[in-house]
Design a binder for this molecule. Structure first.
Ligand code: NAI
Length: 438
């Protein structure tokens, strides 16, 4: 079993540290954020992530997991040091590597002879090879090991990953990193470091592209009288296409897709490679929030000023409390800019977010509202008491940007339901040609 240092106790660092401790390694996890380190010392993880708090408590109790303020100890004591620091969007969309560079400079003097530095942060192709000079120690290897975990499934994804990718110009160092994952049963891919770095961007950008594609397809469905649910059901039966990331929505977001798509585009521009597909993927996503706002505006009668809207879901996807780059909040800002009054309910959000006053239940946001907008695919939203909600609202209008709701039940309860890429169902007992006019 190895001695592992993890630098950065955020989403990826904490999962990495707790899971390596579970696999039997001894882990020191460092962060520069004093409050965060203090909370982790009490096994308070500060995020909604199934199983992670238990794993942190278990590792700490067993003496295999410690949290420290500052990086010195984690660097000095480890055979392997994992860099899990942020790489946000910097100038011109490129990844900002300030934190990665800072840790590598610190490592130069601090790490043990023969230590392997492992870059788990998402960094552009070519970074690992370039930054080896910053460390400048011939006995120390710098290796790429991108992380593919999904928020909401982080523990499971780390302990049972679909693949472990390790990139290095020296195969021996890569193999030693692969060996740390023994016990996960994951297939390992050892490549050059630039290829490993690119696997991460290539995967995230491909998924973003699928979502942008399906969002445009949904718009087309509305125009030609097709149903996106039927179209994607047919597509999913083709195993060359695969069945995931084919659900339309209010746009993709979160802490990774927006920054990774922009960073890959920047890498392509630097390399003088024209990548119009990626530009269109990003552009289509920018359009999606405006399209949702236009649908809401039309559903409530043509203007949003003074309209009271209840938002169902604020996080960027279900199963997480992460609000970073949430498309729900992008839609909320646009609605507020047109003068709508916003309340919101999300099972994982308790505090007000920007223009959204957060309430404790779906019923509370429905009370006296002129419309509801489903923005996150929390399964509980499909189980709401529709007749009661309709009765509580000023106008029973609902825009479902996740195509999550049971159409028949919602319409039977008297709602005017608008969804993405599907015909708008007529309300029972309703005659007249135009279901949009209230
Ligand atoms: P985060 O923002 O949750 O955590 C980063 C942590 O690093 C923070 O606690 C911060 O205080 C700490 N930190 C910053 N500078 C530091 C320094 N110089 N020394 C020590 N600690 C420092 O970030 P997150 O989400 O964990 O992302 C980290 C990297 O992993 C990024 O490159 C991201 O793209 C990548 N990634 C993120 C995934 C996700 O789902 N969040 C999934 C896969 C990769």
């Amino acid at each position: 079993m190895a001695r592992i240092g993890v630098i950065g106790a955020g989403y990826v660092g904490l999962t990495t540290a707790a899971c390596f401790a579970r696999l039997g390694h001894t882990v020191v996890c460092a962060d520069v954020d004093e409050a965060r380190v203090a909370a982790l010392g009490r096994a308070e993880i500060g995020a909604y992530e199934p199983g992670l708090a238990d794993l942190v408590a278990e590792g700490s109790r067993a003496g295999r997991l410690r949290f420290v303020l500052g990086n010195a100890e984690a660097l000095a004591e480890a055979d392997f040091v994992f860099l899990c620091v942020p790489t946000p969007t910097g100038v011109d969309g490129a990844a900002d590597l300030t934190a990665v560079h800072a840790v590598l400079r610190e490592a130069r003097e601090a790490v043990r002879p023969g230590c392997v530095l492992v870059i788990k942060s998402t960094v552009p192709a070519g970074t690992t090879e370039r930054v080896a000079d910053l460390v400048g120690r011939p006995d120390v290897r710098v290796v790429s090991n991108p992380e593919f975990l999904r928020e909401g499934h982080a523990v499971d994804d780390f302990l049972r990953p679909q693949r472990v990718v390790v990139g290095s110009e020296e195969e021996g160092a890569a193999r030693r990193v692969v060996a740390l994952y023994a016990g996960t049963g994951a297939p390992a891919l050892v490549t050059g470091s630039a290829s490993a770095e690119l696997v991460k961007y290539a995967s995230n950008c491909f998924l973003a592209m699928k979502l942008s594609y399906v969002n445009s397809l949904a718009e087309l469905c509305e125009r030609v009288g097709a149903d996106i649910g039927d179209v994607t059901e047919g597509m999913r039966l083709d195993d060359r296409i695969g069945s995931s990331f084919l659900d339309p929505g209010p746009g993709w977001g979160g802490s990774c897709f927006p920054k990774d798509t922009r960073a890959l585009l920047s890498t392509a521009e630097d390399a003088r490679v024209d990548f119009p597909l990626l530009r269109a993927t990003i552009g289509t996503n920018g359009h999606q929030a405006h399209r949702v706002v236009a649908m809401v505006r039309e559903a409530v009668g043509g203007q949003l000023a003074g309209v009271r809207l209840g938002l169902l879901g604020l996080t960027f996807k279900a199963g997480t409390d992460d609000l970073r780059d949430s498309p729900a909040l992008a839609v909320a800002s646009l609605l507020a800019a047109e003068g709508a009054w916003l309340t919101g309910y999300d099972p994982c959000v308790a505090r007000d977010c920007g223009p959204v006053r957060v309430l404790a239940s779906a019923e509370a946001v429905a009370a006296n509202a002129d419309g509801l907008v489903v923005l996150t695919e929390w399964p509980e939203f499909a189980e709401l008491d529709w007749p009661n909600l309709a009765a509580a609202m000023a106008r029973p209008v609902i825009v479902d940007t996740r195509n999550l709701l049971p159409v028949e039940k919602v319409v039977e309860a008297g709602f005017h339901l608008v969804s993405l890429g599907r015909p708008t169902p007529a309300r029972p007992g309703r005659t007249g040609p135009d279901p949009h006019r209230l």
